[in-house]
Design a protein around this ligand. Structure first.
Ligand SMILES: [Zn+2]
Length: 313
């Protein structure tokens, strides 16, 4: 609504289209959702409107209070978001809870995780999570996107009449295609992070230790900032934290100034002027030669062990 209390006009033509209604009643079952005020019609397609299937079973708690329903259209799909009020001891994922119950009898190592630009993550157990952006599927999609972007901007120029644009149906079609590619890229990246974080949890580490990303500092570097966004480093950390929480695995975030990649794992020497281009670490004191990212992961693991000792005392 505007200042005078009149409803504000919102165009359906603009891609981003969202609204919310307080009088929508949302109802969930394990597999479906129902929007009551929207689905009240008695028309023939009412069956389809009444219950909408959820993408994931069991993800949303059933007996909870739902607040703030918001409905949004991103140009391709409709999204519904709600706030959920539940009691604290409600377990969101049954599978993970049982995994934890079994886990308690197994003592295992912690895992240090070095997040980076070359690989998404290098782990202290000498495994890696690859950078999905280097795969052929992604590179092909990005190429396609560039072509479409050029096409769209060319069509805009062609259809320009003075100050206004005229959107032809072809232009609308290209824009839709572009949107779909962007969603697809985002989905592939998101899925990759989900799989990686789930795989780490599955190894049942006694803790995980990540470094506190100095993202603000890295964002100043334009090349790095693009890579960080592509890699979903934020998202990796977010998922790691909540999945570990569900599996009752402690998460240790190393101090931002902890020199995880500059410290020699063999002798503890700290190399102050370590260049980002030096992929192998060569220690001038003890002669240790080791992959830089792997060493960082190891140092994070030791950091985590030390922190756990501290909290045990
Ligand atoms: Zn050394």
């Amino acid at each position: 609504y505007d200042m005078n209390g009149h409803p504000k006009f919102r165009s359906k033509k603009n891609g981003d289209f969202r609204f919310y209604q307080d009088n929508v009643k949302v109802q969930f079952t394990e597999t479906h959702v129902k929007l009551e005020s929207l689905a009240g019609s008695r028309r023939k397609n009412r069956q389809r409107l009444n219950w909408i299937r959820l993408a994931e079973k069991n993800r949303i708690p059933v007996r909870a209070k739902y607040t703030n329903p918001r409905i949004a259209f991103d140009g391709e799909r409709w999204w519904l978001s709600v706030g959920i009020q539940t009691s604290r001891n409600l377990k969101p994922l049954r599978g993970l809870f049982f995994a934890y119950k079994k886990r308690r009898h197994i003592r295992s190592d912690g895992i240090g995780i070095d997040l980076g630009v070359k690989d998404l993550a290098v782990l202290s157990d000498a495994t890696k999570v690859r950078n999905i952006n280097k795969t052929r599927a992604i590179r092909r999609l990005k190429k396609k996107r560039r072509r479409l972007q050029r096409q769209v901007s060319r069509k805009y120029q062609m259809n320009q009449k003075g100050e206004s644009y005229c959107k032809t149906s072809n232009l609308i079609k290209s824009e839709k295609q572009l949107l779909r590619i962007n969603h697809r890229l985002a989905n592939i990246r998101q899925n990759h992070v989900h799989q990686a974080t789930a795989a780490i949890i599955k190894r049942k580490p006694s803790f995980v230790c990540l470094e506190d990303l100095n993202v603000r500092g890295m964002m100043k570097n334009r090349y790095l900032s693009e890579k960080i966004q592509e890699q979903n480093l934020y998202e990796f950390r977010r998922q790691m934290v909540y999945k570990a929480h569900w599996a009752k695995i402690p998460v240790i975030i190393a101090d931002r100034w902890h020199p995880s990649s500059k410290t020699c794992v063999m002798c503890g020497y700290v190399k102050k002027d370590l260049n980002l281009s030096e992929r192998m670490y060569v220690c001038p004191v003890c002669g240790n030669i080791i992959d830089r990212d792997f060493q960082a992961a190891l140092n994070l693991k030791y950091y985590g062990e030390a922190e756990q000792m501290k909290s045990a005392i």
